[in-house]
Design a protein. Structure first.
Length: 232
């Protein structure tokens, strides 16, 4: 009886392991496809659309893909400066940034800072749901390594720029530029780009609170440092 129990236990673990490998292979295949093909949506976009349509069945996302060269360099620099200053140099993780975020959160007794890189944010947005699970961070790390191994920095950043949330149902640089300034992403000025970058941590709030004091203060900070940002 005991031998039979162990036999079934190992079979179940083996099956789960195979399923996990298949899932990782499915993700890797998607990433490889997206090296030369543009994503039409992301897991986070799908989640947001479902939430919006639960309130209004006719709700739609504002989203339009635009090539990397057609996005203002001001926006690229502003996002690197505000979200991931070491993006072009690290291999997916900014260990110093993670340590600083941990110490800041520990001192405050709550989560007030994150150490996620642009690659980590993209991994989460593309594949993971908004639900917090015990294994989510581990899966995010695996996907981040895949992104860095399969794609170059410019492609990672291009997809990030096109899938990041910038307001209630607003996704990507082109939709954000048109939503807030009625211009294309290529026409964004340094100040406009700095403001959009400042919105990233809480875009839906800032969409309806565009003159918030914290947003204005962070915009000024980003504007003062963005010229030093290295972009791919």
């Amino acid at each position: 009886m005991k031998k039979t129990w162990w036999s079934w236990t190992w079979r179940i673990f083996a099956l789960l392991f195979v399923l996990m490998l298949c899932y990782q292979a499915w993700i890797a295949a998607h990433i490889a496809w997206w090296v030369n093909h543009n994503p039409t949506t992301s897991a986070f976009m799908d989640d947001r659309l479902l939430i919006m349509q639960s309130k209004d069945p006719k709700a739609k996302l504002q989203y339009k893909w635009v090539n990397y060269k057609n996005i203002s360099s001001h926006l690229k620099r502003a996002l690197i400066a505000s979200e991931d200053a070491k993006f072009v140099d690290h291999e997916g993780f900014d260990w110093e940034g993670i340590q600083k975020a941990y110490e800041k959160n520990k001192a405050r007794g709550k989560i007030v800072a994150g150490g996620s890189t642009i690659s980590q944010q993209l991994a989460k947005n593309l594949f993971l749901s908004t639900r917090r699970t015990p294994w989510r961070k581990g899966e995010e790390a695996i996907i981040t390594l895949m992104l860095e191994a399969i794609m170059d920095k410019e492609r990672i950043f291009e997809i990030y720029l096109n899938t990041i949330e910038w307001g209630n149902g607003v996704f990507g640089a082109e939709a954000a530029a048109r939503h807030y300034y009625q211009i294309s992403a290529s026409q964004l000025s340094a100040e406009q780009a700095a403001r959009l970058a400042a919105m990233v941590p809480n875009p839906r709030y800032y969409d309806s609170h565009r003159e918030a004091r914290g947003l204005l203060r962070k915009t000024e900070i980003i504007l003062s440092i963005m010229d030093n940002a290295d972009i791919p």
